[in-house]
Ligand binder design. Sequence first.
Ligand code: UDP
Length: 327
Amino acid sequence: MPTLVTGGAGYIGSATVDLLVDQNEPVVVLDDMSEGHYDAVNPEARLYEGSIGNSALVRSIVETHGIDACIHFAARTNVGDSVVEPGRYYANNVGEGLSLLNTLTAAGVKQIVFSSTCATYGEPVRIPMDEDHPQHPQSPYGWSKFFMERMLEDFDRAYGTRFVGLRYFNAAGATERRGEDHQPETHLIPLVLFAALGKREGISVFGSDYGTHDGSCVRDYVHISDLAAAHWRALGYLRKGGKSDFFNLGTGRGQSVLEVIEAARRVSGREIRVKMEARRPGDASYLVANAEKAGDVLDWEPGYLEIEQTIASAWKWHLAHPNGYAR
Ligand code: UDP
């Protein structure tokens, strides 16, 4: 039966749709195209343009296609913006997310793979972070995902909805077909590569006084091909009757902002100018995954472990798409 992929025109969603199509899975995409790209949607997938909060549309898609599972990516995903515009984040991610859950439940769709985030953890009390690490988000974005996680648990208890909540660490890299193209771009790796391409003067480092080895924030950059594979495995797990659960997705390795810039210099062979700036509100100092549970239960292992490999894949995509998707 077909799987509904919300946000299938976005960065991680589009790579996941490709992988599902490659596995001969029928896929229906629902995306409001506010941040998605038409050129990112696999032509084998049927695209519906609309909001996850549009119950009539969601109901009709489920009935028309006989949907029995949903991979729910569609959300606002920017930590910094969420601090400035919390209302928008809660309306989109929580308000419309709840509407989607209600509509799917009423229509009998009770298998959900949900895009969650390491931002639900907040400042680490132990590292690397496992799934039982306390959750104290530091941004409205993190809270919006945290609230969705709690709703999924309640839906499981009340309605028997089974879910896999995938807590991504920092999605990065590109596949042959899909890459990162946000408008405006705020993420570290694409911005560093824009600097290497000469599209920007340099890169700002937000904070050099964190309690990390070089003072800049440390993140665990996980490749979108590996994330896509995890969604495929999560779907298989739910179909086999797996119980609802949360899984970290990361490499288990941390890179500081300065190390990412250094790696991008090596990969691109270009100079990248650096400007030290103040901390960005909402940022945790150190987010590195313990993803052993995804290995044990979902049989998932990341293939991209070296930051150079991940950055090299992104560099290749940006060289081939200097203006992103068809703009
Ligand atoms: N960052 C930075 N300069 C930038 C963009 C990001 O120093 O121009 C830092 C940011 O403060 C964070 C890390 O890079 O510590 C990763 O940020 P990104 O926005 O890529 O992902 P996030 O961790 O917010 O999901």
